[in-house]
Design a binder for this molecule. Sequence first.
Ligand code: SF4
Length: 476
Amino acid sequence: MGGFFGVVSKDDCVTDLFYGTDYHSHLGTMRGGLAVRDGGAFTRHIHDISNAQFRSKFQDDIRTMRGRGGIGVISDTESQPLIIYSHLGVYAIATVSRIANEEELTRRAFHETRMHFSEMSGGGINPTELVATLINERDSFDDGIRHAQELIQGSCSLLLLTNAGIYAARDRLGRTPVVIGAKAGAYAASLETCAFLNLGYTINSYLGPGEIVLIAPDGIERKKPPNDRMQICSFLWVYYGYPASTYEGVNVEEARYRCGAALARADDVEIDMVAGIPDSGTGHAIGYANESKIPYGRPFTKYTPTWPRSFMPQDQAMRDLVARMKLLPIKELIHGKRLLFCEDSIVRGTQLKDTIQGLFDAGAREVHMRPACPPLVYGCKFLNFSRSKSELDLASRKAIRELEKGAAVELAEYATADSEKYEAMVDRIRQRLGLTTLKYQRLADMVKAIGLPKEKLCTYCWDGCEGCQEDFLDKA
Ligand code: SF4
C-alpha cells in the first residue's frame, strides 16, 4: 500500500516530517524516504526498511536535514520521494498509487513524448517517475497533476514539494484519503490523521476525490475542486487503517466496534469468551463483546519487544514463521473454553489455520471465527495491496476451485450471501481452517458500520462491483 506525510512551516519542519512519516509505518514494509527543501536546495534520503523500523534508519539523517517544507513516504514498492529536474522547476514527488495501465503509459512515454526513465524499481520503471513524466507534459503543476490523474487507471494520490509549497492531490476516485492538518504557522497533508495527534495538528479538511490543493505556511489554495464520485477503500476501516485515524469524518476504531456489534447481533452461538486476532481483530472483538455482553479476553498476546512492526520477509514460509513466533497463546485462558474470535478478514488463511490448531492444542473446546467483512472473492486491482500476491491464493477462491473442481465459474453466485454456493464455499473454508463455526459479516452490515453511503465506498473485493449503486442497506 504505502502512506505519505508532507509539511510546510514557518520554522524548520524536519521533526514533524520525521514523526509524521513514521506514523505511516504500518502501511508499508519495503522503502522509506524523506525529502526537504531549504531555500532552493533539496535534500533526500531513502532507505530499505524491510528489516528495520523507519525511525532507526532515518534518525541519523534527520540531524543533517533542515528546511521549511518536506515530504516523506513509506512504500511497499518503489523507492521515493524522487527529486525531479524539469521545465516546471525542481520538485520532489511522493505517491501512493497503483498504476494499472503502467505498460501502456510507459509505451506512450517512449513513443509519443520520447521520454526516458532513469529510476528503476524491481527491474522495471519506477511508477512514481512515470507519474512525474505525465505531470511534466503540461505547463503548470496543477494542469500536470490533472493530466496525470486523467490518464492513470488504478489509483494515485500524491504530494509534490515545490518552491511554492506542497501540492497535495487525492486520487481521482478518492480510493485513498488525503487529509490536511493545521497548527500555528504550519500545514500538513497526510494519509493517516493519527499522524497529527501528537504533533499538534488538527484536521483542517478532508480532500475530496481528485481535489488538488497547494499548501503553504500562510494558507491553502484550492487548485481543483473535488469530483462528485468517490470510491474510498472500505478496507481502511476494516483492516489496514490505524485505529486512531479518521477518514471522511469516520474514526477507524469506532467503525470496528460497530462492525463487531453487527456481528454479535447476527449471532446466537453459545460461547465463553470473545477475543480478537491481534491486532486488527481487536476492535471488532471489543464491539462484539460489548454488544453481546459476553466477556472479552486476550487468549493471545503479541510479543512486541523484538517484533515491533509488520516485519514482512519476502519468503512466504518465513512470513508464516514470523507470524507464528509473534503470537503467544495463554493456555490458562484457552483450556476448556468455547472461544469466539473476531478477525478483520480471511485472506489466504494459511497462518490462521496454524493459529486455530494451536488453540485446540492448548485445550480449546470450540473455536468460532467471525470475520468483520464478507469473504474476499475478488483481488484488489486499485491499490498495491500486499496481503495476497494473487487473487487465486484467496481462501475463497481456493474453496471455489475445490468445489468446482477447477471449472470456470460465475463468481457472483459465490459472492452472494445466503446463496447455496456461498454457503458451500464458507463451509469449505471452515473445514480447511478446522473451525467449529465460521460466519462472515454481511456486506450491508459492514457498510452500515462504516457509516458512509454504499455508492461512496469501494467494495470491489467482496462484490466485484465497480461503483454499484444497489440499495444494500435494504438487504440488511
Ligand atoms: S478492491 Fe478492496 S482493497 Fe481494493 S480499494 Fe476496493 S475495497 Fe479497498
